[in-house]
Design a protein around this ligand. Sequence first.
Ligand code: NAD
Ligand code: MLT
Length: 312
Amino acid sequence: MERKKVIVSERIADEGIELLKTELEVDYRDGISREELLEIIDQYDALIVRSVTQVDEELIRRAKRLKIVGRAGNGIDNIDVDVCTRYGVIVANTPDSNTISAAEQTISLLLSSIRNTAWASEYLKGGTWDRKPFRGVELYGKTVGIVGLGRIGSMVATRLKAFNMRVIAYDPYISDERFTRFGAEKMESLEELVKEADFITVHTPRNEETMHMIDERILGLAKEGVRVVNCARGGIIKEEALLKGLESKKVLSAGLDVFEKEPAIDNPLFQFKSVVVTPHLGADTFEAQKRVGENIAEQVIKALKGEIVPNL
Ligand code: NAD
Ligand code: MLT
């Protein structure tokens, strides 16, 4: 019997590819152009993507055989789930597979930005031994404001408690019990949170409500010298507002894994020594990618066998 066909349009772990190959014909086309994908998508029963491939109506309309879009990762802001549902295409993701890595990357960005680690490393490798420009601050005894106390935000909370920080959080969609469970003081509004926080880290999905939620007005309410981290999605902290904040020194440092436009090459935020940046590496650990790859492969295989998958 002819095997069903899956196209994988971005890099996933070898373990996932191997698992897919046990049951399906696999076309592994990491980095395929949009034009080519549009051209050939009608040949496939399943599509696996990460965050770059835009799964929109133009693509889904052409995907005559498609049964499932597998998002190898968490965020689904690059997938039009309503359109998929309308065309009878299942959307599945792996939300729990990379949360630890994303939480750890958040802590890494926070620490390296407040201690000038990346800048000092660059300086020393360039041949200069100097300590003066790099004096940082401690986390100990300070207040961190977490926006979004979901899977990743809550892991960040428990990890930062270990640094003896006061953890406050704003999340209007969860129960009071969840704040208590993760040792976070509940803030009734974003305004309240930013007024009290020495450090702000965002962990919401990106959607109409959260895009630019931290803008000029909100940063204007923050403490002088506030420091921010965004390891969730580009634009939750409005880049233009952050730029102004860094210029005026209202914001003293930032750790950024994600950007409004990705790939981010000439982003004006890159000019600041106090800004540490990584190219969307939050989920890029061997452990997370193995889990993500295997998990999405299992779901795609199940869906194509007509078994139940926990879709969105
Ligand atoms: P989640 O759904 O578990 O948690 C999100 C939380 O945000 C929820 O508790 C929700 O109630 C809250 N929220 C929603 N709207 C809000 C608002 N307007 N104000 C305050 N809180 C709000 O999501 P998660 O798994 O923790 O992921 C968080 C973010 O991290 C997502 O944007 C995801 O795409 C991103 N992510 C990034 C990487 C990376 O590589 N950098 C890796 C994994 C996930
Ligand atoms: C995710 O949402 O899972 C992350 O953005 C990680 C990724 O896709 O690489």
